[in-house]
Design a protein around this ligand. Structure first.
Ligand code: ATP
Ligand code: MG
Length: 515
């Protein structure tokens, strides 16, 4: 028989159609398959049946409640509930949805407060976005990544000068409770108002009053327009808290893939680890160190691996991660903090001792590090802060010993006096972020001895005068600094002279007031 090419082509097409129809039919039958709840409680359910369920698939319980298929065993499925499970009973019907957990993404989310599955929490109606992406996604491959090369200005002097963060970097903030961890991360978000960075604040089990405070600060400082807030409430099922950082990352990744720069703050991953521990123990996964499941390191590293700076060919977007973790009694070597220290590219340690002494932000420079940020730091900082970090940590060591000796040689007292002034200048009031030129002028002033004659009580006022006045008088130098140009000796001398004049005026005004 002579069969033409056209006939073969037509037959193939007919077969493809038939194949597709069968596949669709099977999928529909599979989705119609019904399972039964065999056990339920504390945010976890066990389901029998549904043998075709995929890992991480969403399952639908009575009343439209959702759960994620977490454990796929021969005897049944361990389901992590995303909704309250109190009204679910053994024997209830469960159906497959055929989709994995996803969140809405896109510009429609900017300015919104949502829960980890994309339901609005801000009484401003439903999210209009038509695009959704899965919460669990592969991290970009090595070949799609580029080195960290652009700074992410936090507007906080001590961080930008001594522990600089680059776009695409992962920088951990850790410290005991109430040491200003959230405040520092919020400052970093507020400072992006003038930049093009989109910010995502992800709260994991944080007290509602604290989250409300963060939202209030973002709103009052006009920062909500470039931000998204994802909230895993403390009263929510542990499954919802567990998925919060993944949802936040997916929302950020969408913007990154559009070539934009994103900052994600995870507040805090200790709670995330505990919610995962709770789920794992309820699902009878074997416990490991401190009862955490064996894969907790993997869980966190997989999350933080998703932040990067993409190559220009991939759009050049970036996702910077600032995870926060709480320490107990300043124990940096606890399990979860050490895990996170080794996963991230550096850490900012906030010490309670400093906080109590009023040194705020309470950053312990000696114990903080940024492993890749230095390469992205603006050249002007490098010129000014060259050995500041080292000399500052040496000063702090020296200060501890100086307390015991009554007579100090001149060189030592000089180091101590200068160090005290640097420390005063690095203090910064809450939510008063500074532009790059403002930071540079005051750093130039302090490292060049402009404040040496000012008493430590007056330093903060004198510093504020300098950073507010000097940049206005040197627009050309400010432009060079912001453009990424270096400071030459002439520019440094100009700044020093102007700062000296400001300090002299300040001293005169003060004397007038006193007399
Ligand atoms: P928690 O462990 O409860 O999450 P935290 O470490 O996140 O606490 P914050 O809530 O950020 O700490 O701050 C604790 C308190 O310290 C707040 O009342 C805040 O206003 C104050 N605070 C933080 N940073 C500064 C600062 N730079 N200047 C003045 N006050 C500050
Ligand atoms: Mg906090």
């Amino acid at each position: 028989m002579n069969v033409s090419d056209q006939t073969i082509h037509d037959l193939n097409e007919a077969l493809d159609h038939a194949d597709l129809a069968i596949k669709r039919q099977t999928a529909t039958t599979e989705l119609r398959e019904m399972g039964v709840v065999s056990q339920v409680g504390r945010g976890v359910a066990h389901v029998r049946g549904l043998s075709q369920t995929r890992s991480n698939e969403l399952l639908r319980f009575p009343g439209g409640r959702l759960g994620i298929a977490f454990n796929l065993d021969e005897t049944g499925i361990g389901v992590v509930m995303l909704d309250a499970s109190e009204t679910i009973r053994a024997g209830d019907e469960v159906r497959r949805t055929g989709r994995v957990l996803d969140v809405p993404v896109g510009d429609e989310l900017l300015g919104r407060v949502i829960d980890p599955v994309g339901r609005p929490l801000d009484n401003r109606g439903s999210i209009e976005s038509t695009k959704r992406l899965p919460c669990e996604r592969e991290a970009p491959s090595i070949m799609d990544r580029s080195a960290v090369r652009q700074p992410l200005q936090t507007g906080v002097k001590v961080v930008d000068a001594l522990i600089p963060i680059g776009r695409g970097q992962r920088e951990l903030i850790l410290g005991d409770r109430q040491t200003g961890k959230t405040a520092l991360a919020v400052d970093a978000i507020l400072n992006q108002k003038e930049s093009d960075v989109i910010c995502i604040y992800c709260s994991i089990g944080q007290r509602s009053t604290n989250v409300a405070r963060v939202i209030d600060q973002l709103t009052r400082h006009d920062a909500m327009n470039h931000s998204v807030v994802v909230v895993g409430e403390p009263a929510a099922p542990p499954g919802l808290q567990f998925t919060a950082p993944y949802a936040a990352t997916t929302i950020g990744e969408y913007f990154m893939e559009q070539g934009r720069d994103v900052l994600v703050v995870y507040d805090e991953l200790g709670t995330h680890a505990r919610s995962y521990r709770e789920l794992s123990l309820l699902l009878r996964r074997p416990p490991g160190r401190e009862a955490f499941p064996g894969d907790i390191f993997y869980v966190h590293s997989r999350l933080l691996e998703r932040s990067t700076h993409l190559r220009e060919e991939e759009g050049g977007g970036s996702l910077t991660a600032i995870p926060i973790v709480e320490t107990e009694a300043q124990n940096l070597s606890a399990y979860i903090p050490t895990n996170l220290i080794s996963i991230t590219d550096g850490q900012i340690y906030l010490s309670p001792d400093r906080f109590q002494k009023g040194i705020m932000p309470a950053v312990d420079v000696g114990r903080s590090v940024s492993r890749v940020g230095g390469k992205s730091q603006l050249p002007a900082y490098r010129k000014v802060t060259g050995d500041l970090r080292l000399s500052y940590t040496q000063f702090e060591e020296l200060e501890k010993f100086a307390r015991f000796s009554s007579q100090l040689d001149e060189h030592t007292s000089q180091i101590l006096e200068r160090g005290k002034r640097v420390r005063e200048i690095l203090k910064q009031p809450l939510h008063e972020t500074l532009t790059v030129p403002e930071q540079i002028v005051v750093l130039v002033a302090v490292t060049n001895g402009v404040f040496d004659q000012v008493s430590t009580q007056d330093l903060s006022d004198a510093g504020q005068k300098v950073q507010a006045t000097v940049p206005k008088e040197i627009p050309d130098i400010c432009e060079t600094i912001e453009r990424g140009g270096s400071l030459d000796d002439d520019a440094i001398d100009t700044i020093r002279r102007l700062a000296l004049t400001v300090v002299a005026d300040f001293a005169r005004e003060k004397n007038d007031v006193v007399s």
